[in-house]
Design a protein around this ligand. Structure first.
Ligand code: ATP
Ligand code: MG
Length: 163
């Protein structure tokens, strides 16, 4: 199945916030968002903005590094994983990852490339590259029917949001 990629340069953190909000408005239940990028790239920042658009209370969303999985009650349930400290796929699955990924919410998974084998084929993959201390390049790729539908909803952001 063909993949499609959208590249968006966010020159400021406020712009990343706008992208995150657009993602929050574009997602749908059952979507898995796989986030890849170095320490401090902006994975958590993006999830915070997406969760805000889903009406999750601001203060609820922090880095799940020590908790590994957090659940937020938004207009769609949000499941936020940080797999950085997980040893292997088994540990990921023991957290109930399959149930979350096939559940009624949207999953955001930080360090997703570490768990790639356990992720559904149809997922929205977001790679974040630090371009300057204050700017980031986002590459957003769809790999199936659901993720392509979500990516299509983000296409207008490319035209109006990025500059
Ligand atoms: P970790 O792997 O440690 O979980 P992370 O990818 O989740 O890292 P964040 O916790 O989101 O990274 O931190 C991103 C940092 O980069 C924040 O301190 C934020 O203020 C800063 N930042 C600067 N410019 C931007 C930008 N354009 N977009 C996003 N974050 C930015
Ligand atoms: Mg993080």
């Amino acid at each position: 199945m063909a993949t499609e990629t959208l590249t968006i340069d966010c020159l400021t953190e406020a712009h990343t916030d706008q992208l995150g909000r657009a993602i929050g408005l574009a997602v749908e239940p059952g979507l898995v968002v796989a986030l890849t990028g170095n320490l401090g790239a902006g994975k958590t920042r993006l999830v915070q903005a997406a969760a805000a658009a889903l009406q999750v209370e601001d203060q609820d969303v922090s880095s799940p590094t020590f908790v590994l999985i957090r659940e937020y009650a938004g207009t769609t349930p949000v499941y936020h994983f940080d797999t950085y400290r997980l040893r292997d796929l088994d540990e990921f699955l023991e957290l109930g990852a399959d149930e979350y990924m096939h559940g009624d919410g949207v999953c955001f998974i930080e360090w997703a490339e570490r768990m790639a084998e356990a992720l559904p084929r149809d997922r929205l993959s977001i790679t974040i590259e630090v371009t300057t201390p204050s700017s980031r390049r986002f590459q957003i790729t769809a790999s199936g029917t659901r993720s392509r539908r979500v990516l299509a909803r983000l296409t207008p952001f490319k035209q109006t949001g990025a500059e």
